[in-house]
Design a protein around this ligand. Sequence first.
Ligand SMILES: [Zn+2]
Length: 347
Amino acid sequence: MSELEGRVSPSIVDRLRAGPVLGAEGYVFELERRGYIKAGPYVPEVVLDYPDALRELHREFLRAGADVMVALTYYAHREKLRDVGREGDLEAMNRAAVRIACEVAAEGDALVAGNVCNTWAYDPDDASTARTVRAMYTEQLGWAVEEGVDFVISETNDYLGEALIALEVIRDLGLPAMVTLAPTQPDQTRDGYPYAEACRILAAEGAQVVGLNCDRGPLTMLPLVADIRQAVDCAVAVQPVPYRTDPASPTMQTLRSPTEERAFPVALDAFGSTRFEMAEFTVQARDLGVDYVGICCGAGPHHVRAMAEALGREVPASKYSPSMELHPMFRADVAARNAAFLHSWTA
Ligand SMILES: [Zn+2]
């Protein structure tokens, strides 16, 4: 059990034992679309510059049924902040992100996850980079723990080596760890471990949850998941992007427009998955034995609500779930003045 500002709620491990946990991420993409984060560097400056925008998105995911509020500390690390000249804001940004996540989580019954990600500083052939990465995770997660997170998600890991550093730091802090890999390559991490094998190693090293997040849509993500489920006894997490990747373009980075232009990262709209596709994915993932079913870059609250409802839940935003039987043109008793136009809706 974890206790935070009077809340007593089951830990992530207890919740996973009780049934699927629903995750919701993609804060960076969504806040970029809303005009609060710059595409390219993708540093979450919104945390300090427009905290209400972040608070609102957390609240939308909470109302849509997310069980976890993930603090927006993605790319809020030293290396990235230096790129945009805000290294001096590092601590304030990390602390505020966790504080905002805690605040909104308390409006419902959500857990709060601290968050670290790939740093772009790691090089498996240069041992000194491991020290740099460890120092970055240690300072970020030190602040997160002081602000009160329930567990930590280390995500979009390209290298098993970098993921293991995060896991070690999380373990040393005494928190449960969810560690997920970014499946950008066909079948293995950048340091050469098949995804299932990398997950097996992470589980053996003490991660409570292992799996995949980002880069792939449901269609090309799910086949990798069955292997991971076979390889580990611990909980498995899967958080795809809501884009229609396929065997020819297995990742969102490889999707191309009809004129062969790269769609990633700011022209992916035409490839978006519908809420119904994400609901179908949710059921498929659950049936494969996935314990933490979520969604990553590209997510909107409408996807998350459909995923929650696919798990049989009624969530606060379900109050406004579609009722097409009340649409003037789709209702059973279409008014005569509208019925005359039905042909133009079906042509
Ligand atoms: Zn993502």
